[in-house]
Design a protein around this ligand. Structure first.
Ligand code: R7I
Ligand code: MG
Ligand code: MG
Length: 304
């Protein structure tokens, strides 16, 4: 199983990074979502952002240690952070504190006047971790929590990460089993892993009632990430992933058309869907999209 874990996580990372890099192209003024629908791709290279940089650290940590060691992950996030990659304002501060010696629990708890961050940054980087734990949604949820808490102390920020990791775990498991999971069952299983008092939980439950509705209406109802929080991002992304789990390009187009925090919705959806479809092949991450994406850092493609 160890080689399988790495393959699944790498495929999810490919889908996440292509989603992030292509999605962020639509922040450029004048880029129109219908160009993508018509098959007109932005000119390469598509540069990836903080979503990919942090996901690479998660995968590198899993490959090196076989699990999440929060202390090591905090240092990896802090030291590998290239500030121009578009990090959220809370994340910039938390990572600077960690870099200058503040223990991560103190740094993460200090964000947003002591509430901790409920940004979508813990969810955006976690799909490959879910794919790594294709054999256990329980383990995926527990390790997602450990990976989230390093920067996101707010319970909704953590819940967003748990939700995405459980979805990616189920997606990868379905791929191994040759199954095609029912969207409703997938969303119900994700909701079952979350605190029923939380907003992310409520959003995922609501997503399950909107299956079959037009994506634009669903984005309107659930949020498209424009507030950059887990609550406003994760329910819609899991609706897209559940609905289009077999079709990576269509899933990414749905994110681009919905607008909002497109690099991050496409990163979450891309990572989760690619855990199921893989790269190349029918419905998978297209090879020419992968080539157009800026190469990933050497430390994740060829680990020591
Ligand atoms: O969560 P985080 O790493 O941001 C990730 C996003 C993605 O879109 C990336 O592509 C990148 O662009 O940034 O960074 P944070 O700064 O911790 O959180 C992001 C945003 O969530 C903040 O700027 C706030 O708008 C919002 N937010 C909160 N608002 C009110 N109260 C996060 N926590 C709070 C809060 O407690
Ligand atoms: Mg980003
Ligand atoms: Mg973003």
């Amino acid at each position: 199983f160890p080689d399988t874990r790495l393959t699944l996580a790498r495929d999810a990372l490919a889908g996440l990074s292509v989603g992030d890099a292509l999605g962020s192209q639509f922040f450029v003024p004048g880029r129109r979502p219908d160009d993508l629908a018509a098959g007109r791709l932005p000119a390469p290279p598509w540069e990836w952002t903080d979503d990919t940089e942090m996901a690479c650290s998660v995968v590198a940590e899993l490959a090196a240690a076989g699990r999440i060691d929060s202390d090591r992950l905090a240092l990896a996030f802090a030291h590998r952070c290239e500030p121009y990659r578009g990090y959220g304002p809370g994340a910039v501060t938390v990572l600077r504190l960690i870099r200058t010696g503040t223990p991560w629990p103190v740094a993460a708890a200090s964000a947003f006047d002591g509430q901790g961050s409920c940004g979508n940054g813990a969810a955006m980087r976690v799909a490959p971790l879910g794919a790594w734990y294709a054999d256990s949604t329980r383990r995926a949820a527990e390790q997602a929590r450990a990976s989230a808490e390093v920067t996101h102390a707010h319970p909704e920020g953590v819940a967003g990460a748990v939700a995405v990791a459980v979805a990616a775990s189920l997606a990868a498991r379905a791929r191994l089993d040759g199954d095609r999971p029912e969207p409703a069952r997938l969303l119900t299983a994700v909701a079952g892993a979350l605190d029923p008092a939380g907003e992310v939980h409520r959003g995922v439950r609501r997503a399950a009632t909107l299956l079959g509705h037009p994506a634009a209406e669903v984005a309107d109802a659930l949020g498209n990430g424009s507030r950059v929080t887990a609550q406003d991002t994760v329910p819609f992304t899991l609706w897209v992933a559940a609905t289009l789990l077999h079709d990576y390009p269509a899933a990414i187009r749905a994110c681009v058309e919905a607008g909002g925090d497109v690099d991050t919705t496409a990163a979450i959806v891309g990572g989760t869907v690619a855990a199921y479809t893989g790269v190349g092949g029918p419905g998978g991450v297209p090879e020419d999209w992968l080539t157009a994406r800026e190469p990933l850092p050497g430390w994740v493609t060829t680990p020591a």
